[in-house]
Ligand binder design. Structure first.
Ligand code: GUN
Ligand code: ZN
Length: 429
């Protein structure tokens, strides 16, 4: 049976970085989304949809805003429990907090428990797809894919490969990373709504041999995404230059291994040379902006407007637990604040697009998720635009949908998420 959701709707029809942001969106104050068999069947005016589908089961969200579910293009679900750990910068933070926690994921029961906790949290925050790193343990990959499959979630994940500069108990080898990743890829990639991402953590923790092994696996499965980190902190960039004296730059350590191309996802990508940005744009890779992480770990300022103008695919992400939030609302707020520091006030349409269609495009899933349009998968986030007294009194003065939604972008959290729909059905709360 069809289901009809009523509320305000915002449907992107174009990239709001490519022209006037207002022109890229269709807003219905009294709108509706018709859902049939896990897909969006129609989007339009509430009255017309009601009249055309009198038998549909109606859920009326009133003044709330119906959006595509948020898409988080870079996260580390195994870092759920160490989010908001105090006082360290990247390399120190990895050694002090991250590696000890990640070592626990050899235990399949612990991995399964954390996978459930993480997916509960992101769902409560309106996120319906994540692209996540796991740990070196195959158990960690099985745990998150199995949990996502049970929930019907579209999810991207991969086994993190590390064969140096990590504690012994968190190291694999070039060969075992290849073999384990391949077995996981064959088991999970393309099964239901799941995709496998080839996942070398970053150049400091992989030998050139391991990067090459990951490049070989990706070449055998070019339809898979490839996720890693790039130029997050200046100390890290200097370390990579020491470890790879023959490389032209940080990106070249990946390029030499066959890890640059369409489907590549470069987390952070802040401190880039002109050669690196040009190469990523021309090869069709994506930059993934992780703003709460960049301020929390003290990494630097990603210039979203400049990178968009250069023609880059850009995704938006929490980077949990380097990032300090599970919320894509909080993440949009941080992207706005960093935009102010780099000289551009990002428009609310641009922020919402990055958190939905932009991230979906970075993941090359934009033909399935990230937009309210017929044929797209029915993953939805319904936002209460007056979820706290502070937000309510600010939104009450609004003259446009942008003024109405911006206080929720800047101050909202999981209390603003009235409902999350996954695969055509509301999730239990
Ligand atoms: N670089 C390599 N690994 C990580 C990680 O787990 N988090 C962040 N923020 N950066 C990384
Ligand atoms: Zn990361």
């Amino acid at each position: 049976m069809s289901r009809l959701l009523l509320g305000q709707t915002l449907a992107f029809t174009a990239d709001p970085f490519a022209g006037p942001p207002d022109d890229a969106v269709r807003h219905e104050r009294h709108g509706g989304v018709l859902v049939d068999d896990g897909r969006i069947a129609a989007v339009g005016a509430a009255d017309a949809l009601r009249a055309a589908h009198p038998d549909a089961n109606v859920t009326d969200y009133g003044e709330a805003l119906i959006l595509p579910g948020f898409v988080d293009a870079h996260a580390h679900y195994p870092q759920t429990a160490i989010i908001a750990s105090w006082g360290k910068r990247l390399i120190d933070w990895l050694e002090t907090y991250t590696f000890p926690e990640e070592s626990r994921f050899h235990d399949a029961a612990y991995a399964a428990q954390m996978a459930e906790t993480y997916l509960d949290l992101v769902t409560a925050h309106g996120t319906t797809t994540v692209c996540t790193f796991c740990t070196i343990h195959p158990e960690s990959v099985t745990a998150i894919f199995a949990a996502a499959e049970r929930r019907g979630m579209r999810l991207v994940a991969g086994k993190t490969a590390m064969d140096r500069n990590a504690p012994e108990f968190l190291r694999d080898t070039a060969q075992s990373a290849y073999d384990d990743s391949k077995a996981l890829l064959q088991r999970w990639h393309g099964r239901g709504r799941l995709s496998y991402a080839v996942t070398p953590r970053f150049s400091p923790t992989s030998t050139p041999e391991q990067l090459a092994a990951m490049g070989a696996l990706w070449a055998e499965h070019p339809g898979c995404p490839m996720q890693t980190h790039l130029s997050e902190q200046r100390d890290e960039v200097a370390w990579v230059a020491d470890l790879f004296p023959q490389a032209r730059d940080y990106l070249d350590t990946y390029e030499a291994a066959g890890l640059v191309g369409p489907g590549a996802l470069f987390g952070h990508a802040i401190h880039l040379t002109p050669r690196e940005t040009a190469r990523i744009a021309e090869t069709g890779g994506a930059l993934v902006h992780c703003p709460t992480s960049n301020t929390f770990i003290g990494s630097g300022l990603f210039d979203t407007a400049r990178r968009a103008a250069e023609g880059h695919r850009i995704g938006l992400a929490t980077d949990t637990g380097g990032g300090s939030s599970f919320s894509m609302l909080r993440t949009m707020a941080a992207a706005y604040e960093i935009g102010q520091l780099t000289g551009t006030a990002l428009h609310p349409a641009q922020l919402l697009w990055l958190a939905t269609a932009g991230s979906a495009r970075a993941l090359r899933l934009d033909d399935r998720i990230g937009t309210l349009a017929p044929g797209m998968e029915a993953d939805l986030c319904i936002l209460d635009l007056a979820s706290t007294p502070a937000i309510e009194q600010a939104a009450a003065r609004a003259d446009s949908v942008w003024e109405q939604v911006f206080p929720t972008i800047m101050m909202g959290d999981d209390r603003a998420v009235a409902a999350t729909w996954i695969d055509g059905a509301p999730t239990a709360r």
